[in-house]
Design a protein around this ligand. Sequence first.
Ligand SMILES: C[S@@+](CC[C@H](N)C(=O)[O-])C[C@H]1O[C@@H](n2cnc3c(N)ncnc32)[C@H](O)[C@@H]1O
Length: 253
Amino acid sequence: MEDLGRVFDRVADTYDAGRPAYPDEVFRALSEVSGIDLDGATAIDVGAGTGILTRALRARGSQVIAVDAGAEMLARLVARAAEEEGVPGLAAVLADGNALPLADGVADLVTYAQSWHWLDPVASIAEARRVLRPEGSIVGCWNFNHAAAADWLAAYEARLAEEVPAYCGPAVEQWSVPPIAAAFEVVEERWIPWTRLIGIEDLLLDLRSHSYMAALSLEAADDLVDRQRAELRAEFPEGLLSVPMRVYLAVGR
Ligand SMILES: C[S@@+](CC[C@H](N)C(=O)[O-])C[C@H]1O[C@@H](n2cnc3c(N)ncnc32)[C@H](O)[C@@H]1O
């Protein structure tokens, strides 16, 4: 339990500041595919982190039980929720998503946003099935830079692949989405494209929040961020980026 999520606890502030939210289309697709109205649904958001998906579900009327193994990540989620005065319906639980401290059959949705690949692929899904109501759904989603959609982004990812030993992403030839769909019954998968408009410094904050960056020494991470900044500034002197993104969404039982 102590080791779980530790890597993200080290970058909780940059994660909170730098990572993108999920576009509206993800929630429309989730409701359509699962047949579950988010307004009034009970969701268990496993690996909730600083609460990016948790907040989006709550904003759409869901009651959310946010579960995460990282105390620092969960503390950001709770602090943000405290700022949202008058928005009820949140429980935050410091726990292992492979052994949920929750009763059977309590949820309409179990969600894993950028998180299922950190869990045990068998135990996590068994737990999700246990805590779901009979008509409930399991949801996995991941936000990716769509590197193939822009030369500058492909070059940005290629520099990461060259310089970061633990890099995992679209610049790796054998890279693929986490195989959550293989763990499901009744699966529908969708790719949802969207565009993220951000400044260069915000993209660099996002970069620093990745686990493969947290594995570098501070000096090596700073050098890499400086190099990426120089390349991006040379290409986009006005400092603004239009980043092609896509969300992989898998919904099953
Ligand atoms: C990449 S973050 C995703 C955060 C958030 N869901 C989002 O969409 O940005 C992965 C999260 O999974 C958590 N995590 C990793 N292993 C876990 C486990 N076994 N049980 C619960 N949470 C875990 C980490 O602490 C981290 O907060």
